[in-house]
Design a binder for this molecule. Structure first.
Ligand SMILES: [Zn+2]
Length: 429
């Protein structure tokens, strides 16, 4: 039996940084979903609903918006309770706030409670896909995968690997790290929506031996995803230069160990050199911009235009716990402001792309997320402004088709009414 969801639609057909007519907005829209969870048709209601069998189920969201499921491409699960701590920048914040909190995940019971809370919070903010730093403790990361599967979140995650410059309980060694990675990699082989990600925390946390292990793992399992951090903070970049004197620049540390490629996600890149951007483009790496984190830690202003000029794929992340939002939707307004400060204007289509079709393409999951094209999985969320009188009045004053979406990006904060994955409602607010 098909299900038809009714509401206003906004989604991308293509890359709006390349093509101006990439955004589709349909005020009286509908998404028809088959029993297999795939979209049969999406578009104008009268067209999608024409000839609908009488036994079809209809879910009418009235004046609410149906938007593709959001993709949060960078966050840290064991930093769930590290949000909003006063700080003096990245490195001291790691020591004073992050490392103590991450050690609490040695308790599996504690971890299980947080995993459940995090997954539900992500889904409750319209996020259907998340790329996550797991815990250093394997049982804690296992319960994260369990929670994602139980609630229906599409999860990319791995054990956070580090073997230096941190407290003893958070450190591992290359042999143990290999075994853990292999266990989680194998577990994900039979899962359509759970993906293992090789996760060296960042260059300063990893000895050459640990990076060598990661490189060897990537050579052995070339389809594995990789995530790490780069060029977040000037002090960090200086320290990386001292720790790896043979590297030409920060990116070169990861490059020397064979960690770059189209499945590699690099968080931040606030202060890249031209040579690094060229090499990222050459190897097909994805850069993940984390707006509120960059502001909160005072890391700097992300040079989005330089990345686009090099043709680098971009994604957006909340970077919980340095970021301040649990929904990557709320990062869009911060991303907009960071570019305004640099004289760059982003329109609604470009902003929406950064959390839907853009990262879906970058992760190779366009058939499952990020769009409403026929044949794709029905992944969407319902943004409902109708209980917010000011927002409704403001939207009524929008004069062209794209303005309401821009206004929602700037003003809608806790307006997710439901989240749907594979045509099934997994979270209802
Ligand atoms: Zn991070």
């Amino acid at each position: 039996m098909d299900t038809v969801f009714l509401g206003a639609l906004a989604y991308l057909l293509d890359d709006p940084f390349q093509r101006s007519a990439a955004l589709e907005i349909i005020e009286r829209g509908a998404i028809r979903v088959g029993a297999d969870g795939r979209i049969r048709a999406a578009g104008e209601r009268r067209v999608v609903c024409a000839g609908l069998p009488s036994d079809s189920r209809v879910v009418d969201y009235g004046d609410a918006w149906l938007l593709p499921g959001l993709i949060d491409a960078h966050l840290h699960y064991p930093q769930y309770y590290a949000l909003a701590a006063a700080n003096r920048g990245l490195l001291s914040w790691l020591e004073q706030t992050v490392f103590p909190e991450e050690q609490a995940f040695s308790s599996q019971a504690y971890a299980a409670r947080v995993a459940d809370a995090l997954v539900r919070r992500l889904l409750g903010g319209g996020v259907t896909t998340a790329v996550v730093y797991g815990s250093r403790f394997a049982p804690a990361t296992a319960v994260l995968f369990d929670a994602a599967k139980r609630h229906g979140l599409r999860l990319f995650a791995g054990v956070t690997l580090m073997d230096r410059n941190g407290p003893g309980p958070l450190l591992t060694d290359p042999d143990s790290a290999w075994r853990l990675c292999e266990t989680f990699y194998s577990r994900c082989q039979d899962e359509q929506d759970l993906h293992f990600v090789l996760t060296p925390r960042f260059a300063l946390s990893c000895s050459p031996a640990l990076l060598e292990m990661c490189g060897e793992f990537k050579r052995r399992f070339p389809d594995v995803y990789v995530q790490t951090h780069i060029n977040e903070n000037r002090e960090e970049i200086d320290q990386v230069g001292r720790a790896f004197p043979e590297a030409q620049h920060y990116l070169d540390v990861y490059d020397q160990y064979g960690l770059l490629g189209p499945r590699t996600l690099l968080a931040h890149d606030v202060h890249p050199q031209g040579a690094e951007l060229r090499r990222m483009a050459e190897t097909g790496c994805v850069v993940c911009h984390c707006p509120s984190s960059n502001l909160f830690l005072g890391s700097g202003l992300f040079p989005l235009r330089r990345h686009l000029q090099h043709g680098i794929s971009l994604a957006l992340g909340t970077d919980i716990g340095a970021g301040l939002h649990f929904s990557v939707w709320n990062e869009l307004s911060e991303a907009y402001k960071i570019q305004r400060l640099q004289g760059v204007g982003l329109n609604a289509a470009q902003l929406l792309y950064l959390v839907t079709l853009g990262p879906a393409r970058a992760l190779g999951i366009e058939d499952r997320a990020g769009t409403f094209k026929a044949g794709a999985m029905a992944d969407f969320w319902v943004l409902d402004p109708t209980n917010d009188p000011y927002l409704c009045e403001r939207l009524d004053r929008c004069e062209d088709a794209e303005s309401p979406l821009f206004t929602l990006i700037q003003l809608a904060r806790h307006h997710c009414r439901a989240t749907c994955i594979r045509g099934r409602i997994v979270e209802q607010v």
